[in-house]
Write a protein that binds this ligand. Structure first.
Ligand code: SAH
Ligand code: SF4
Ligand code: F3S
Length: 451
């Protein structure tokens, strides 16, 4: 299995830009694998590319606006060189379909379940014959494809364990762009983890929109079905030197079995990304999140009672439809009560076709959304600093991922509970595990020394 990019200059060249979430990053690696098998080589120079692909995201309007800007730039490439093919793939391709073809720049539109057809689609393209495949599938998991790793650090890799999403959070476009949820065969997941470990990787991150609903149904016997906790254990057993992370956990679905499995294996990292979205029960109900504030706080309590050192991060949406000052205060107080280690925070962005777009007016004024977002960002900066300050004086096992951007003499890596650490470690290299002691911190980083 070739999991490294081929750079043979005699092959036609493909250039790939990736936007959006980790699942999209991993999908780009699947795309490259499919195109390499069809004779292409990767180029990092857009000016050399025969095929330019953008793997796109639709989650918020600004994500799509960015892509429209890129399409304008791609048009220039096309003017400069005859025969360059421009392809838009991924979530925005799925959402907008032939609307992407209107401007006569785009030659190819392919949705997240159509990547196997890319070589054929590209072959069929001619100047007046753009190609499109946006069929969604109930089965496609790309299980047999070994993604070609584009990460470059050679230490940490993503493994998609499922695709699609069966939740219908009212604000979210993902069920429309990625289709129904399906789980990938556990054997193929473990095989991929083994293959990565044999190629020097030391960490895998298992990916799904809702990993806790992973369920692989055995064809013969329900007793042999595999749930997420069991899958986690199978991957953890690949080697004690292979760290396992996962994302994303859905608060309603994360089970005690998962929490106990994490606690049993030192190489399953002590970190859970548990998006709360809002601290207000009124908002959570309108968002169709299927849990409430009290349920969420109880889950956090459970996680911490089993693993007191477990990092917990979250996602928050500010200014969802009808959000009052009191709803916003409930989010602030929930963030305080949990004391998140980190968070991704966004202003609500209405997505056409979603339940919220059809049912609820997007009525929080933009300046109020911005003010609320700024307030929670400032709060999270304080909470992150408090959380990091608690680490000062403690020792951690860190996996070196690369050299620090600020100082080439220093390495960067993460602790098990997902905190970024910088430290000097002469004689070591990326992929090594080292013991460090935390000396000081900022809200984003632990500054440590080797012990
Ligand atoms: N499957 C994950 C989330 C995937 S999308 C989960 O359920 O937790 C990542 C994050 O984007 C979400 O958690 C949410 O906070 C944010 N998001 C999704 N749709 C959004 C929208 N319409 N406007 C603003 N933020 C949104
Ligand atoms: Fe979107 Fe909800 Fe599915 Fe997450 S769980 S991808 S927020 S619909
Ligand atoms: Fe974006 Fe699609 Fe991921 S909409 S966040 S790239 S699943």
């Amino acid at each position: 299995m070739n999991i490294k990019p081929i750079t043979d200059p005699s092959r036609p060249k493909v250039y790939i830009e990736t936007y959006g979430c980790q699942m999209n990053m991993n999908d780009s690696e699947v795309i490259l694998s499919i195109l390499q098998d069809a004779g292409y080589a990767l180029t990092e120079d857009i000016g050399q590319a025969d095929v330019i692909l953008a793997n796109t995201c639709s989650i918020r309007d600004n994500a799509e606006q960015r892509i429209w800007g890129r399409i304008d730039q791609f048009r220039l490439q096309k003017r400069r060189r005859d025969g360059v093919i421009i392809g838009i793939v991924g979530c925005m391709a799925e959402r907008l379909k032939e609307k992407l073809l209107d401007g006569h720049t785009v030659d190819l539109v392919a949705g997240p379940d159509a990547y196997r057809s890319l070589p054929d689609l590209i072959r069929e393209i001619s100047p007046d014959k753009p190609q499109i495949n946006v069929l969604l599938s109930h089965e496609e998991t790309y299980a047999d494809i070994s993604p070609v790793r584009m990460d470059r650090n050679g230490v940490s890799a993503y493994i998609s364990i499922m695709r699609g999403c069966n939740n219908v959070c009212s604000y979210c476009v993902v069920p429309y762009t990625r289709g129904a949820e399906r789980s990938r065969a556990p054997k193929s997941i473990v095989r991929e983890a083994v293959e990565l470990f044999e190629n020097g990787y030391k960490e895998v991150c298992l990916l799904g929109q809702n990993v806790d609903s992973y369920l692989w149904k055995h064809p013969d016997s329900a007793d042999k079905n595999v749930n997420f906790a069991q899958l986690l254990e199978m991957v953890a057993k690949v080697s004690p030197d292979l760290r396992v992370r996962f994302s994303t956990s859905y608060p309603k679905d994360i089970s005690d079995e998962v929490i106990y499995t994490m606690a049993m294996y030192e190489n399953i990292c002590r970190h859970i990304h548990l998006p709360v979205q809002s601290g207000s029960n009124t908002m959570l109900e309108k968002m169709r999140r299927k849990y409430n504030r009290e349920w969420y706080l109880e889950k956090v309590g459970k996680i911490r009672s089993v693993m007191p050192d477990c990092g917990i991060s979250t996602d928050v949406i500010a200014g969802f439809c009808g959000e009052t000052e009191q709803d916003h205060k409930d989010t602030v107080s929930l963030m305080e009560a949990v004391g998140f280690d980190s968070a991704f925070m966004f202003q609500y962005s209405e997505r056409p076709g979603t339940l919220a777009a059809r049912k609820y007016p997007d009525d929080v004024p933009p300046e109020v959304k911005t003010a609320r977002l700024n307030e929670i960002i400032a709060l999270q900066n304080r909470l992150s600093l408090e959380s990091n300050t608690k680490e000062v004086g403690k020792r951690h096992k860190v996996l070196i991922e690369g050299t620090s951007k600020r100082n080439e003499e220093e390495f960067t890596g993460r602790t098990s509970n997902n905190k970024v650490c910088v430290f000097a470690a002469p004689g070591h290299k990326p992929g090594d595990y080292v013991e460090v002691e935390v000396l000081s911190c900022t809200s984003a980083t632990l500054i440590a020394k080797l012990i």
